[in-house]
Write a protein that binds this ligand. Structure first.
Ligand code: SF4
Length: 141
């Protein structure tokens, strides 16, 4: 998966990468210079930007969002998210997990749907409400 918020350019012997900081709405454009083991960050208006850039270079993470099928609800799906940002490389297996899961209505926000599914302490949780559909229940749906 490509990160649309970054670009790379070779400067001298090192590599410079431009990325937008996603830690707050200000969205500073960060310049990240890699010279061997050394990484220099500029363009950040606060320290969070430096931490963000270092994480982006070493092991980028994203909050995962998706939806799950709901059984017996007034609507057929509910939105879900990871309880913490996941490694960007792990996104495909979280997508696959969501394909295999189904929840039973009623659903409320922050219900744990999958507890620590990949052993990294991150859960899959719901983010919205789905009420029970009593008509569906009577008709065996
Ligand atoms: S560097 Fe600081 S001020 Fe700039 S976007 Fe990141 S968190 Fe916000």
């Amino acid at each position: 998966m490509e990160n649309s918020s970054s670009s790379e350019a070779s400067v001298g012997s090192g590599m410079t990468k431009s990325i937008y900081c996603l830690r707050c709405p200000r969205g500073c454009l960060l310049q990240v210079e890699e010279e061997g083991e050394q990484i220099v960050v500029s363009g950040n208006a606060c320290k969070l930007g430096e931490a963000f850039a270092l994480q982006e270079i070493r092991s980028p993470r994203r909050l995962f969002t998706s939806s799950l099928c709901v059984r017996g609800g007034t609507v057929p799906v509910v939105s879900v998210m990871s309880s913490q940002p996941i490694l960007r490389d792990d996104i495909p297996r979280w997508v696959e997990l969501c394909r295999t899961l189904e929840v039973e209505a009623p659903v409320v926000p922050e219900m744990c749907v999958a507890k620590n599914p990949f052993g990294d302490g991150i859960d899959l949780i719901t983010t919205w409400y789905v009420e029970r559909d009593n008509d569906a229940e009577n008709q065996g749906r």
